[in-house]
Design a binder for this molecule. Structure first.
Ligand code: ARG
Ligand code: ASP
Length: 723
């Protein structure tokens, strides 16, 4: 028996467990000492676990932050200077941009503190400390409990933990589940709210290669921007004020000019958002074969319309730059992800894991009782869940993404308040509308609307159609095709929804008072009815079901995860990313994208010049950069006469890791993480050590741009440079 178990474990490790191979994993900072530091040092790291995470002394964690809502940033001076990605600062840079001051196109460089630009709503968040609170959270919780009872009890415990931790301080407290609720950690966070834009290269550098090169290696993007944290006189977080001063951190990263060689140790410290490494074959099959293809299709439509309009009109390009980037990013990612999953035979690999787990379960009566039903149950539930999940995706990707729907939902929110609305509600709606219309192009919205409505109608499933689509019925009698009918519908929709016109919107909102006249006016618009009917479908037909099944799946996942861990106690599992601070480590490395081709680990400015093409928007190299290239004027930032631009390594990263510090064996900053390679985009579901690489901006390129290209030398002077 023992022999069989051992054999099984060995097979399990070999076949299904790439985790023990180098570099997969996003590790919990406070557990490095226990699980990872020895291995990290074997890979070349020269410092200790406390140098990365400590509650007793200044450590790297004090220099790493959540930037905004979904990126990472890090401190690079003792005056609160932050470096993150250009694409992370993008919406801030865009919000300061107009045709007159086009910082997106021309770049922006504050030559003194005074010129740094405040950003309403932008925050950065530091981790003060984290604690394992599993015991408190799961106190009194048993497997026999219903999911509802379990969730209620857990919620109550979490509320209590948060309350206790928040006493007597200004910190923000979060408690998050790990390993599908088998473990819980608390995060005590310090949030800064006065964050100013300091510098950004032109998009022709910061977004060089645009969406054409996005998710690709070899890459030549100078993807960085600079911000600064301001604090009050006592160095504490404060709302924006002219009196605020640059924040004095206890730790910032020294910046290394030494560069990297193949094989060098690298560490990425940041906030990976979401991975799903432990999914079953049923889930992977659904994502790969049912969900991703539809998501890709919907977004393809949006992208085609937006890009045609942006191509025609520079004003539209500015308005839609940020929206376009958001839509196209995951469109492309999902295409790459599906390619990778297919190449890896991910579903078959998962089935193999499941087969082995089933054998392990079969070895004991106790296991059979606890886990025996899991896999058959998954199979049943996924079959039922898939159509609802698909409808939900359609709702989010097609309907919720429409600009007019967003505005309607804001007005619906106001209506819902009845006569209890306040001046503040009106003010915030006005503010929302200002931003909305600043970036709104009616004709683009109309085209997208026509397209997406039809796509939803044809693909979301007949059980999920809103009442408003009944207008199609009469057309059937007259033998008018769907396309024409939807076009007519859209024309009426836009003509009669008065608030989609900025002047009319402002006019209406100025005079808003609750009462039949104003509320009727909104309720009589097709825009509002459309929104209302869809929300109705969503809540009564979609969400009730997706909620029901995800609840059931959550429970299965929790037990399945536990079984996986019990089946292999010799292995250290890492929890899926959940936008908490993690450490990934690996080495600078090349890879072979296909037979006979090896990609080098770094790119240089020569490649930027090679791609230069004044006819293609994504590849127009600024004249000043060409000049510096001609003169080879790289100063101390060059290496053997070359300007290094990006490099790749085998760190396991995902969305949210953008802007993360990439750190060398000595704890110095060597780059800023910003992307992954095309062949590795499936790493959120299945990591492949041969193919998965994270893409890093070489910090020397950023310094060269700040110093030589922009001439903002004061910024380089405030950094701690290690030559
Ligand atoms: N792919 C990178 C990441 O997921 C960079 C995205 C930048 N956006 C873009 N559409 N090019 O965020
Ligand atoms: N580009 C991603 C981000 O913005 C990083 C990634 O997905 O690798 O976080």
């Amino acid at each position: 028996m023992l022999k069989r178990t051992l054999l099984f474990i060995a097979a399990f490790l070999l076949l299904t467990n790439p985790i023990l191979q180098a570099h997969e994993g996003m590790w919990i900072p406070m557990l490095l000492k226990k699980y990872n530091i020895a291995d990290m040092q074997r890979h070349g790291f020269k410092l200790t676990a406390e140098d990365i995470y400590s509650v007793n002394k200044a450590s790297m964690k004090d220099a790493v932050m959540i930037f905004g809502g979904g990126c990472t940033g890090e401190l690079i001076s003792d005056r609160g200077l932050i470096i993150t990605n250009h694409h992370c600062g993008y919406s801030s840079i865009q919000s300061h941009s107009s045709l007159e001051h086009d910082y997106l196109t021309d770049g922006f460089w504050a030559m003194s503190d005074k010129e740094e630009l405040p950003n309403d709503g932008l925050t950065v968040t530091f981790l003060v400390r984290m604690d394992d609170v599993t015991e408190q959270v799961l106190k009194g919780v048993t497997d026999a409990m219903s999911e509802d009872a379990r969730n209620k009890l857990i919620e109550a415990h979490i509320t209590q933990i948060k309350e206790d931790a928040a006493k007597g301080n200004h910190y923000q407290i979060k408690v998050k589940p790990f390993f599908y609720g088998n473990q819980y950690f608390m995060f005590v966070e310090n949030v800064f709210k006065d964050i100013r834009l300091v510098g950004a290269p032109p998009s022709a550098i910061g977004k060089f290669g645009g969406d054409t090169d996005n998710w690709m290696w070899p890459r030549h993007t100078g993807d960085f921007s600079l911000f600064r944290i301001y604090a009050d006189k006592n160095n504490q977080p404060a709302e924006y004020s002219e009196d605020n001063v640059p924040y004095k951190p206890i730790k910032h990263f020294p910046v290394s000019l030494k560069g990297v060689k193949k094989g060098d140790f690298t560490l990425v410290f940041g906030y990976p958002g979401r991975t799903e490494e432990y999914l079953t074959s049923y889930a992977v099959d659904m994502i790969q074969n049912k969900i991703n293809p539809e998501r890709i299709k919907v977004r393809q439509n949006i992208i085609d319309i937006m890009s045609a309009d942006m191509e025609k009109d520079p004003a539209v390009r500015i308005k839609y730059a940020s929206k376009y980037a958001r839509v196209s990013n995951y469109w492309k990612k999902w295409i790459g992800e599906n390619n990778g999953l297919k190449r890896l035979n991910a579903v078959a690999k998962k089935q193999e894991t499941e087969k082995q787990l089933t054998e392990w379960i079969g070895d004991s009566k106790d296991r059979i009782a606890k886990y025996g039903y899991l896999l058959p149950e998954y199979k049943k539930i996924y079959a039922k869940y898939t159509p609802y999940k698909l409808a939900e995706e359609y709702f989010y990707e097609a309907i919720w993404r429409m600009e007019s729907v967003k505005l309607s939902s804001k007005l619906a929110g106001l209506l819902r308040k009845g006569d209890k609305f306040t001046n503040k509600d009106i003010e915030s709606l006005k503010k929302y509308a200002d931003k909305f219309f600043k970036n709104y192009n009616r004709t683009t919205d109309i085209k997208i609307f026509k397209n997406l409505v039809k796509l939803y109608y044809e693909n979301a499933g007949k059980d999920f159609q809103p009442e408003i689509f009944n207008f199609l019925k009469p057309f059937e009698h007259f033998d008018i095709d769907e396309e024409t009918a939807f076009n007519l519908f859209a024309d009426v929709y836009f003509a009669k929804t008065f608030y989609l016109d900025q002047t009319k919107f402002n006019d209406f909102i100025e005079k808003y008072s609750y009462g039949s006249a104003t509320s009727d006016k909104i309720q009589n618009t097709p825009g509002y009815n459309f929104f209302y009917d869809f929300v109705n479908v969503y809540y009564t037909k979609i969400l009730v079901n997706t909620d029901k099944y995800t609840n059931q799946i959550n429970k299965l996942n929790r037990l399945y995860m536990r079984a996986l861990m019990q089946a292999d106690t010799s292995k250290v599992f890492y929890p899926d990313a959940n936008f908490t601070l993690r450490v990934a480590y690996g080495n600078v490395d090349t890879y072979e994208p296909k037979d006979g081709v090896e990609y080098d680990y770094f790119t240089t400015l020569k490649g930027v010049i090679e791609k230069d093409n004044p006819d293609i928007y994504d590849y127009k190299v600024p004249a000043r950069l060409k000049e510096l290239y001609e003169k080879k004027d790289y100063g101390r930032y060059g290496e053997n006469g070359k300007m290094h631009v990006c490099f790749i390594a085998s760190n396991h990263t995902t969305g949210g890791n953008s802007g993360s510090p990439v750190i060398n064996a000595d704890g110095e900053l060597i780059g800023v993480n910003f992307d992954r390679n095309w062949e590795g985009t499936m790493s959120d579901i299945m990591y492949d050590p041969d193919m998965c690489r994270n893409i890093t901006l070489d910090i020397r390129y950023a310094l060269f741009l700040i110093d030589k290209f922009a001439g903002d030398t004061r910024l380089v002077d405030e950094m701690t440079i290690v030559e």
